[in-house]
Design a protein around this ligand. Structure first.
Ligand code: DCP
Ligand code: CA
Ligand code: CA
Length: 371
C-alpha cells in the first residue's frame, strides 16, 4: 500500500478527450472521417496542433512542423482550427462533470481532474463514474474521451493515457507502486527529453530504477524536482484537486526594448498582444465582457481605456475589434510607448459552486465507496 493511504483514499478521475481538435473536425465534416488530418498549420507552414489517429500512424504529431508532417504523410489533409467549436465541447463536458462532482480542475479545454470522493449521485464506484462520464460524453458530444481512475492526480493522469483512445484504466491504491515501477521514466509528468537523457546516463529508465535512488542523489542531479520524483516513484502524490479560482481578469502585456511611436508600430504591437491574451482566454475557456487597454509612456505615465459589452464577448474577432477601437482612441500618441497591455474582465463564473469551492475543505469521504 502506498504511504498516503492511512485514511480512506481519495478517488480521482483524469479525463482527456481523444485527438481533440481533430476529432471535432471529423465529427463535423464527414468527408474527413477515417482520413489522416492535421488541425492547424498548412501544407507549407506553421505547426500541427492536433493530428487524427489516422495521421498518427504516419508519425504525425502535435507541435510538429507542417512541412515535416506533410513529408511523413503526403495525403495529409490540413484543416484550420475552429476554437469556438472546441470551447463549446469543453463547456458540454464540464456540464457532464458537474453532475458527478463539484471538485473539478481543468488543465486545458479537453482535460480535467475530478475528485469524485463526494459521489454526488451515489454511484458507489469511481470506475463506474468514469464509465458514465465517458458514455455521456459520447452520447452528448459524439466524441470519445479516455479516463484514468486512481487515488492521486499523478497516477490518474498517466492512467488516462494508458488505453487511449476511448480507453479506461483503473489503478487501485494497492496497485499504485507496481504500476509506477513499470513505467518508462518519460511518462512521468515533468520529465522531458533532456531530463530523461540525464536519467538514462545514471541508469534510470523506469519508475523502479528511480525508486531505487537515494533522495540525496536525486537532489544532487535534479534539484527542485527531487522531492517530487522521490514521492512519485513511490506512487505518492498529495496534491488536492483544485477547482480553479475565480479570476477577476485575464490579461497580458509587453514592454518594448525600444519605445513605439508610430500608429503603425502600435497597431502591429497590439495585434501580437491580442493573440497572446486571446490564447490565454481560450485556454481558460473564459467568458467576459470588459476589455481594458493599458498603455505606459516613456516617462512611465500610464493610462487605461476600457469598453464593456452588455454580454460576454463572442469570439476573437469581437475581442480584437474592441481592442483596436481602444487603441485608435488614443492615437496619435504624444510620446513614445514603452508598454502595451490588454485584459478581459467581467468574467462569468464557470460554475456557481466555484466560488464556494475555493475555500471548501476536501469533500466528505463516503464509507461504502469502491474504486
Ligand atoms: N494542442 C495544440 N498544440 C499542442 C498540443 C495540443 O494546439 N502542441 C491542442 C490540440 C489538441 C488539444 O490541444 O487536440 C488537446 O491536446 P492533447 O495533448 O490532449 O492531444 P489530443 O487531444 O489531440 O490527442 P490525445 O488523444 O493524445 O489526447
Ligand atoms: Ca486529449
Ligand atoms: Ca489534453
Amino acid at each position: 500500500m502506498p504511504e498516503d493511504s492511512s485514511e480512506t483514499p481519495r478517488k480521482i478521475i483524469h479525463i482527456d478527450m481523444d485527438a481533440f481538435f481533430a476529432s471535432v473536425e471529423q465529427r463535423d465534416n464527414p468527408a474527413l472521417r477515417g482520413k489522416p488530418i492535421a488541425v492547424g498549420g498548412s501544407a507549407e507552414r506553421g505547426v500541427v496542433a492536433a493530428a487524427s489517429y489516422e495521421a498518427r500512424v504516419f508519425g504525425v504529431r502535435s507541435a510538429m512542423p507542417s512541412v515535416t508532417a506533410r513529408r511523413r504523410c503526403p495525403q495529409l489533409i490540413f484543416v484550420p482550427p475552429r476554437f469556438e467549436a472546441y470551447r463549446a465541447v469543453s463547456r458540454q463536458i464540464h456540464d457532464i462533470f458537474r453532475r458527478f462532482t463539484s471538485v473539478i480542475e481543468p488543465l486545458s479545454l479537453d482535460e480535467a481532474y475530478l475528485d469524485v470522493s463526494e459521489d454526488l449521485q451515489s454511484v458507489g464506484s469511481a470506475t463506474r463514474i468514469a464509465q458514465l462520464i465517458r458514455q455521456q460524453i459520447l452520447e452528448e458530444t459524439g466524441l470519445t474521451a479516455s479516463a484514468g481512475v486512481s487515488y492521486n492526480k499523478f497516477i490518474a493522469k498517466i492512467a488516462s493515457d494508458q488505453n487511449k483512445p476511448d480507453g479506461l484504466c483503473v489503478v487501485r491504491p494497492e496497485q499504485g507502486p507496481a504500476f509506477v515501477a513499470g513505467l518508462p521514466i518519460r511518462r512521468f509528468h515533468g520529465v522531458g527529453p533532456r531530463t530523461a537523457e540525464r536519467m538514462a546516463r545514471l541508469g534510470i529508465h523506469t519508475g523502479a530504477d528511480l525508486r531505487a535512488q537515494e533522495l540525496e542523489l536525486l537532489r544532487e542531479h535534479f534539484g527542485k524536482s527531487a522531492d517530487y520524483l522521490y514521492r512519485a516513484s513511490r506512487g505518492i502524490d498529495f496534491r488536492p484537486v483544485r477547482s480553479e479560482r475565480i479570476r477577476k481578469s485575464i490579461g497580458g502585456e509587453r514592454t518594448y526594448r525600444e519605445d513605439l511611436l508610430t500608429d503603425e508600430a502600435l497597431r502591429s504591437a497590439l495585434t501580437a498582444i491580442i493573440d497572446l491574451v486571446w490564447e490565454r482566454i481560450e485556454r481558460q475557456a473564459a467568458r467576459g465582457r470588459t476589455v481594458t487597454l493599458k498603455l505606459k509612456y516613456s516617462d512611465f505615465h500610464q493610462i487605461t481605456r476600457a469598453r464593456s459589452l452588455p454580454g460576454a464577448i463572442s469570439g476573437r474577432g469581437e475581442f480584437a475589434r474592441l481592442a483596436d477601437e481602444l487603441l485608435e482612441g488614443v492615437l496619435p500618441v504624444p510620446r513614445g510607448v514603452r508598454l502595451l497591455g490588454l485584459t478581459l474582465s467581467g468574467l462569468e463564473a464557470r460554475t456557481p459552486s466555484d466560488a464556494a469551492q475555493n475555500v471548501a475543505e476536501a469533500p466528505p469521504r463516503q464509507a461504502h465507496f469502491e474504486f
